[in-house]
Design a protein around this ligand. Structure first.
Ligand code: ADP
Ligand code: MG
Length: 423
């Protein structure tokens, strides 16, 4: 019978079981006026999970279910509990940023599935950036998103006990954190067999990275920060493939890497991915120079995101500072707090660009690449774009102090874009 679908243990859902699953759950069934004409399909463009769409003329929903292994590498086992962290991240942050998530309808503890609103006509932002589409409301939305998610889960807003209880919820997302620890902070700097890069053009640069002791120290310090800091509840994988957009709407998806970590890891991920989009543009031009305006927009967007993020974060700090950090009894109305906040934001800026640098290196020399570069068919053109991005990334990591502001970073980006590269 259609409504008798109640597995008592986890199994990957099959396409022909989906309708039964939806109908068996009251909260899902009621989303559709009529369940006779439900259409189901699998959309498998993700790396890690099964994703299905279920729709009829009344509604469209999306069901995501983890598999017990990494989809691209079946011999890489991966905990099913990751969907729990994803669901909890959505739930906790929904209090302040629900407009930036798809509506979440259900979490099934047996099948580990999350059922949510199907976003439409949204597309994955990375795809839009490759096409050269400007998202004019994006900077405004994502800066609010970052300021609120990071501030509201930090010690600046939460009492120590509440924050520690949240930390304990995510502390065991160790397998997903380990992926980041290895794939971002370790493997690209070694001769690991999973690494890839655009050969032969970047061979020399890859060797240079492996032999750069200072760079490896910097990245190891960053890894330590990633492992030991518990600033805020992070998305953990906030790249442009985890954001779905239309011209006037921004939605964040896929927070299965969620954990309590250093704030600069989320801000840095975003900055890194916008920078990689910038450097990839030359490879997507149909005529030389036809992405000039687009590139300008990308840099303006990066700048606005940081400036607005800082402004919004500081505003929250001024008005919602209920946490146990910087007790009001010590500093209320004190001028010294103005200077301290400035220094806090400066440190966060530096941390962000360091994490951004590490994120760029891993996408050019590590295991998982991104289509911004990968879709550039001419390998020499691609290597040229990647080389400029990696030079920038190394400066961001090793000469962080030379970049005092977002404007300094933008200046350096332009300089790198115009550099003559001999490969
Ligand atoms: P994975 O971790 O496996 O990459 P994602 O959460 O990124 O999983 O989802 C994979 C893909 O499924 C996304 O790139 C997107 O195309 C699609 N998708 C995921 N969630 C939704 C949604 N709520 N609405 C529409 N499409 C979605
Ligand atoms: Mg994912």
């Amino acid at each position: 019978m259609a409504n008798k679908f109640k597995p008592n243990k986890y199994k990957p859902l099959k396409l022909n079981e989906l309708k039964k699953f939806i109908i068996s759950k009251k909260n899902l069934k009621k989303l559709f006026k009529n369940t006779l004409d439900l259409e189901v399909k699998e959309v498998g463009d993700g790396n890690l999970n099964l994703v299905f769409f279920i729709e009829n003329k009344y509604n469209s929903i999306c069901l995501k279910q983890p598999l017990p292994y990494l989809r691209v590498l079946k011999d890489w086992p991966l905990t099913l509990k990751r969907s729990y962290y994803e669901y909890e991240y959505f739930k906790i942050h929904s209090k302040h940023v629900r407009n930036y998530f798809p509506k979440i309808y259900d979490y099934d503890e047996v099948l580990r599935s999350i059922t949510m609103q199907k976003l439409s006509p949204h597309i994955i932002m990375r795809q839009g950036l490759i096409k050269g589409i400007q998202y004019t409301s994006f900077a405004e939305s994502i800066s609010t998103y970052l300021a609120k998610t990071l501030f509201y889960t930090s010690d600046l807003h939460l009492k120590a006990a509440s924050k520690k209880s949240l930390i304990s919820k995510f502390i065991s997302n160790t397998e997903l954190c380990k992926i980041t620890e290895d794939l971002i902070f370790t493997d690209p700097y070694t001769a690991n067999k999973n690494n890839r890069w655009t050969k032969p053009y970047l061979n020399k640069m890859k060797k240079k990275i492996e032999n750069d002791e200072k760079l490896k120290i910097v990245v190891s310090r960053l890894k330590l920060k990633f492992m030991k800091n518990t600033d805020a509840l992070l998305h953990g994988d906030l790249h442009t493939g985890s954001i779905m957009v239309t011209k006037n709407d921004t939605k964040v998806i896929d927070p299965e890497f969620a954990f309590y970590g250093p704030m600069g890891f989320d801000t840095g991920a975003l900055i890194a991915n916008l920078l990689m989009s910038y450097f990839s543009q030359a490879g997507h031009e149909k005529k030389i120079g036809d992405r000039k305006h687009y590139k300008k927009w990308l840099l303006e967007t990066i700048k606005t995101i940081w400036i607005e993020f800082e402004k919004k974060f500081l505003k929250l700090w001024q008005t919602q500072n209920n946490g146990d950090a910087y007790p009001k009894v010590l500093f209320n109305n004190s001028k010294i707090m103005i200077a301290e906040k400035k220094e806090y934001m400066q440190n966060l800026f530096e941390e962000s660009i360091m994490f951004a640098g590490a994120k760029i290196i891993r996408r050019i020399y590590g295991f998982a690449h991104n289509i911004d570069f990968e879709w550039i068919e001419n390998t020499k053109v691609r290597a040229n774009c990647e080389y400029k991005a990696s030079k920038l990334a190394i400066t961001m990591l090793k000469d962080t102090h030379s970049l005092k502001s977002i404007s300094d970073l933008i200046k350096l980006v332009k300089k790198n874009e115009n550099m003559k590269v001999k490969l």
